[in-house]
Design a binder for this molecule. Structure first.
Ligand SMILES: Cc1cc2nc3c(=O)[nH]c(=O)nc-3n(C[C@H](O)[C@H](O)[C@H](O)COP(=O)(O)OP(=O)(O)OC[C@H]3O[C@@H](n4cnc5c(N)ncnc54)[C@H](O)[C@@H]3O)c2cc1C
Ligand code: FES
Length: 256
């Protein structure tokens, strides 16, 4: 983990309210892995005060990296106005990455909405390593599908309103193809909580391993404040999403 300055190379809108920012770091060599995240100081002024966490969607050794973000509130709204050359204060890479599949395993990559970034990074990594995988992306409607980032991947798109691809959510899609999946399937998932829970339950029904990346609200981002605590499966213990996560084996977490 390091604190460094990075310059924006591009900041482009991908689809309705979703952007991708590409950055060039100005020092250091530490490279993040799929599932790890950064915290970004969006402005030097008091509002918004806290750093905002974003998962890496790409990282190269020469300190070029990117993340995909959705405009949700004041911080991301401001971020979407920044152009090439703007400098951001960044801490990272932070957190535990996705474990890679064992030899011979098939990976099922599942992203919902803004959970896309870390899953895209994982897809690029698996493709580079020659691993077999399928990529499933779920969103509300075709307007929320960022087509450009999928140019290197065959992807199944699931839309809630049926305006593109499979009509229904990603878990309904997974059930529809479950008969075709090998017993050696490992699921990787990032997206809204109901989707993570659905993937966890799907994995449990079919005996698959499932790794989820959770998006807790974070304050410090480095393990000091307990602001990002997630309840564990024993229902009495907690883990910090920023230190012990954000990636967890889904069986470790409490889901009710
Ligand atoms: C490990 C991790 C990885 C993330 N990766 C991404 C990503 O790749 N792309 C992306 O768009 N978003 C990601 N998020 C969520 C992102 O941090 C929030 O959308 C962002 O902080 C919102 O800031 P804001 O000022 O625009 O919104 P605010 O005005 O602060 O709040 C608007 C809404 O955003 C959510 N939110 C606010 N602060 C946080 C926070 N610190 N953590 C989580 N949710 C928050 C809440 O639901 C809130 O109601 C990630 C969060 C975590 C914890
Ligand atoms: S955000 Fe402070 S402990 Fe995780």
């Amino acid at each position: 983990m390091r604190q460094f300055s990075a310059r924006i190379l591009s900041n482009e809108q991908l689809c309705q309210s979703m952007y991708q920012v590409r950055l060039q770091g100005t020092s250091g060599t530490e490279t993040g892995k799929p599932g790890q995240f950064l915290t970004v100081r969006i402005t030097q002024s008091v509002v918004p005060l806290l750093r905002r966490p974003f998962a890496l969607s790409h990282n190269e050794p020469e300190d070029r990296f990117s993340f995909i973000y959705q405009v949700r509130g004041a911080g991301t709204d401001l971020l979407s106005t920044f152009g090439r050359g703007t400098e951001l204060d960044i801490i990272g890479p932070l957190g535990i990455p996705f474990p890679l599949p064992a030899p011979g395993e098939f990976s099922l990559l599942v992203a919902g909405g803004i959970g896309l970034g870390p899953i895209l990074f994982l897809a690029d990594t698996l493709r580079h390593r020659g691993c077999e995988f399928s990529f499933v992306f779920g969103c509300r409607s075709a307007a929320f599908f960022p087509e450009a980032v999928f140019e290197n991947h065959d992807t199944v798109v699931c839309t809630d309103d049926g305006s593109s691809g499979f009509s229904g959510n990603v878990v309904e899609y997974l059930e529809s193809v479950s008969g075709e999946l090998s017993l050696k399937t490992r699921i990787y998932c990032c997206g809204p909580e109901p989707m993570l829970k659905g993937c966890h339950q799907f994995a449990g029904r079919h005996g698959f391993l499932c790794h989820v990346s959770v998006e807790q609200v974070m304050a410090c981002g480095v393990g000091a404040c307990m602001g990002c605590a997630v309840r564990l499966a024993d229902t009495v213990s907690y883990a910090r999403a920023c230190r012990e996560g954000p990636v967890f084996d889904s069986r470790e977490l409490a889901w009710d």
